[in-house]
Write a protein that binds this ligand. Structure first.
Ligand SMILES: [Zn+2]
Length: 562
């Protein structure tokens, strides 16, 4: 510890220069050894018990979960994470149920679409109705504005008040040297970037002032069939109940089936395949279809309060203690579905009682350090992840400590329950220097950090840390390893596939006596080391050049004078 602090002094004097600092020291063995499999199992068993009823936000399960996690934080000696002196950050939520109508008019002929078979439409605006007649329909390609790729699908075209029609996923640009694959220099090739996600497309539509943003569904680029669009949008959806009632959101968010889109385009004298081809070039310009869309989206909105649970450990360095490293894991799951026969409770043992247990164990390890880290550490169990990362989103937009002073978010969603592994997976996809730190931590323990095995699925954009990334805070999201030590090759993958097929988001995601949490302990130790090094280090973690969140972070740090 001593050697380390003297190194720090001289290097922090040289901030901004290119002098390479020694890697920060490692936490004491006593601290790392505090992370234990029996304690992980104890926390998971409580949180995933039937008594907690699947931990739905707004339910009795929320009361019990919030109480359990805040009591654990307190018992570990963590201070209340909210500057108001409590372990709670209240999260105002709204449940929205939509009854939408949509029709297209081309050449004097009007066609009403069938909900939800042909389309879905809803509004994040917390209002009873969104209505607009005969809005101009403009095809905007992929609807992407990505300065780092010199890409702008909108050009100078004014889409205010209009209905914009767009493709899902990133622009699928063929590699000039091998047209059988995607150009690795554009939108990360096969991997999905944030520009490919529906949430991005609705956000840019709002910035452009469109009335409605309509995504054309295609199974392969969306990574799921239209039936998934139907089940996820034609039910109650949740949003943050913001003071502005989300009036900055695009008024109408919609999806249509590929068949409906093809017909609309053909009726307008256009061809889907030709437009799609034009949309993969930088020269693409929006195409006005000469067709009109009429929307009437009626909705019922109910408001309620949920809670993030926060506990902190103050940093030991008077100058750095107002800088933060965060660990997050969502406590919520899908609750109890009374219409089901048999088991009705979605216990969410791996998803994500195991993640909450992991941050509790990392918190415990932090309390066993001979002295606290220089910077402060905030542990947060988030609400409403399953409803769209809402607890994390609320925190990121209403942070308890400034984001420009938040060095990193390390998120855990699902621990490894099948024993020690030689590897672990980098779902964050090498996006920031945190990934390098994790790779080094793995190497120290004779393990290997492997690249994201399914980057085209966009998993990085589908867990809580992403709400931090989006606003610029570097974040880390590891996935379990697959090479289970002492088991035949393929065992880890088999367990993974079995989980996805049988237990993921099912009542059977329960504590299993066959589990071996020794691998989850190993993973937690790596994440503890990374967080420790960031909290004690001389440098802020940085986004990799070309990553879509880098510009935001650079601007944030510039403004704060970093
Ligand atoms: Zn989860």
């Amino acid at each position: 510890m001593k050697r380390f602090s003297s190194v720090c002094l001289c290097v922090s004097a040289a901030v901004g220069s290119l002098i390479a600092a020694d890697p920060p020291a490692l936490p004491s063995k006593t601290a790392s050894d505090a992370i234990s499999a029996p304690d992980l199992l104890k926390h998971i068993t409580v949180l995933a018990s039937d008594q907690f009823e699947g931990r739905a936000p707004g339910s009795k399960g929320e009361e019990l979960s919030v109480k359990y996690i805040s009591e654990q934080f307190k018992a570990l000696g963590l201070k209340p994470g909210n500057p108001n002196g409590s372990y709670i950050q209240e999260v105002p939520l709204a449940g929205i149920t939509s009854a939408p109508a949509l029709s297209f008019s081309v050449g004097g002929k009007t066609t009403a679409l069938k909900f939800p078979d042909d389309f879905v439409a809803t509004s994040a605006r917390l209002q009873p109705e969104q209505k607009a007649e005969n809005t101009d329909i403009v095809f905007v390609g992929y609807g992407v504005v990505a300065p780092e790729y010199g890409w702008d699908d909108y050009k100078d075209v004014d889409v205010r008040g209009k209905t914009i029609l767009m493709l899902i996923n990133d622009p699928a640009i063929p590699d000039p040297t091998d047209p059988r694959q995607l150009d690795p220099k554009m939108f990360k090739g096969r991997a999905m970037t944030y520009y490919g996600r529906w949430s991005y497309k609705y956000e840019i539509a709002a910035q452009k002032g469109a009335f409605a943003a309509v995504i054309i569904h295609e199974t392969e680029p969306a990574a799921y069939p239209y039936s998934v669009v139907m089940t996820s949008w034609a039910k109650e959806n949740f949003e943050i109940d913001a003071p502005n009632k989300n009036m900055d959101a695009v008024p109408v968010r919609s999806w249509i089936t590929l068949d409906v889109a093809k017909k609309l385009l053909a009726d307008s004298g256009q061809d889907f395949d030709k437009l799609k081809k034009a949309a993969i070039t930088k020269e693409f310009r929006p195409v006005s279809l000469g067709a009109k869309a009429t929307f009437d989206v009626k909705q019922t909105v109910r408001s309620f309060k949920s809670r993030n649970v926060v506990g902190k450990i103050d940093g030991s360095d008077p100058k750095l203690k107002d800088e933060w490293v965060m660990y997050t894991a969502h406590w919520d799951h899908l609750g109890r579905h009374e219409e089901l026969k048999g088991d009705q409770i979605f216990n969410g043992a791996l998803d994500n009682a195991s993640g909450v247990a992991t941050i509790l164990e990392i918190a415990k390890a932090c309390t066993k350090l001979p002295s606290p880290t220089r910077r402060s550490i905030l542990f947060m169990a988030t609400t409403a992840e399953e409803a769209g990362l809402l607890g994390a989103k609320y925190y990121a937009n209403n942070p308890l400590y400034p984001l420009e002073k938040t060095l990193a978010d390390i998120n855990i969603d699902g621990a490894n329950a099948w024993g020690k592994t030689a590897d672990l997976e980098d779902v964050s996809d090498g996006n920031s220097t945190l990934d390098e730190m994790l790779a080094q931590a793995a190497a120290r323990h004779a393990r290997l950090l492997k690249p994201n095995s399914q980057p085209e699925k966009g998993s990085f954009y589908r867990a809580d840390h992403f709400e931090f990334s989006k606003l610029g805070v570097p974040s880390l999201y590891p996935g379990s390893g697959k090479e289970v030590i002492g088991k035949p090759p393929g065992f880890g993958m088999e367990k993974r596939n079995e989980y996805i097929a049988k237990h993921y988001h099912q009542p059977s995601d329960e504590v299993n006596p066959a589990w071996d949490l020794s691998g989850a302990v190993d993973d937690a130790v790596l994440l503890f080391e990374v967080g420790y090094q960031v909290a004690n280090g001389d440098k802020f973690p940085e986004w990799t050049a070309g990553t879509e969140f880098k510009a935001k972070r650079d601007e944030m740090l510039r403004k704060s004078g970093k």
